[in-house]
Design a protein around this ligand. Structure first.
Ligand code: DGL
Length: 261
């Protein structure tokens, strides 16, 4: 038994969608949500920069809080830095990878498309994942979608989703057998329903898989809480903005409501 925090780490709001899924499964756990919003987006940064940011963020957080496990609620962080962080830190680290395996397994045509950040799709680890599945995987990276979503959610800036839907449609027109689109960035989960309506293809994300994996890891290490009441969620932002923390809290509350917790 361990009543420490489970840390969720993303560059911004994307990981809230992963946290929301984990809260359903691990109701009494205490969660820390850390967003490195001062450096968001991560998706256009180099591997070295991402590793450096992640290591220093985690060093600080591990110093200040009793954390029993870390969830990298970000495909970019996982692809670029999870191996390095596991080498450097002794705490269990659970990653979020583009859900290519479940997507190809459930695809009737065995042809899927992945949309993700530039930093994710240029990694060797990503290409190994693509090669490991049987089926065709078409990859497309967006350099501005994650930051546009961050701004839309937090600053209420309008998001021109049609521009992104048009790009996806042009690929679907070329590769007509694609029947699943993998959302390979946790930010993209915020536009899952809208994108699905616009492009008319099923969308797959990895949040449920991450939540289940986290549960298994905690169970295996006998690290589940023995608390009997609903656990708290503490939100920390690298920008230190209290006003933004309130917006993150409001966003998580909204996600919890639509997920009917
Ligand atoms: N949410 C992150 C992911 O899953 C990336 C967003 C960013 O570019 O910072 O890839």
């Amino acid at each position: 038994m361990n009543n420490g925090y489970i840390l969720f780490y993303d560059s911004g709001v994307g990981g809230l969608t992963t946290l929301c899924e984990a809260q359903k499964l691990l109701k009494n756990e205490r969660f820390l949500y850390f967003a490195d919003d001062a450096n968001c987006p991560y998706g256009n940064k180099s591997e070295e920069e991402i590793k450096k940011l992640a290591k220093s963020s985690l060093d600080n957080l591990l110093k200040c809080y009793n954390i029993k496990a870390v969830v990298l609620a970000c495909n970019t962080l996982t692809t670029c830095a999870s191996a390095y962080l596991r080498e450097q830190l002794s705490i269990p680290i659970i990653g979020t990878e583009p859900a290519i395996v479940p997507a190809t397994l459930s695809s009737k045509t065995k042809e899927v498309m992945v949309i993700a950040t530039v930093a994710t799709t240029r990694q060797e680890k990503y290409h190994r994942l693509v090669k490991s599945v049987s089926g065709k995987v078409y990859t497309y990276s967006f350099s501005t979608l994650a930051s546009d979503i961050e701004k839309a959610v937090i600053d209420y800036k309008p998001l021109n989703i049609n521009m992104y839907a048009d790009k996806i449609r042009s690929i679907l027109k070329k590769y007509k057998n694609i029947d699943k689109i993998v959302l390979g960035c946790t930010h993209y989960c915020f536009v899952k329903t809208t994108l699905k309506k616009l492009v008319k293809v099923d969308m797959v994300d990895g949040n449920e898989g991450v939540a289940k994996h986290l549960y298994e890891v905690l169970k295996e290490m006998k690290g589940l809480t023995n608390a009997t009441s609903r656990g708290e969620v503490k939100i920390i932002l690298s920008s230190g903005s209290d006003n933004k923390i309130k917006k993150y809290q409001k966003t998580l509350k909204y996600l919890n409501q639509i997920n009917k917790m």
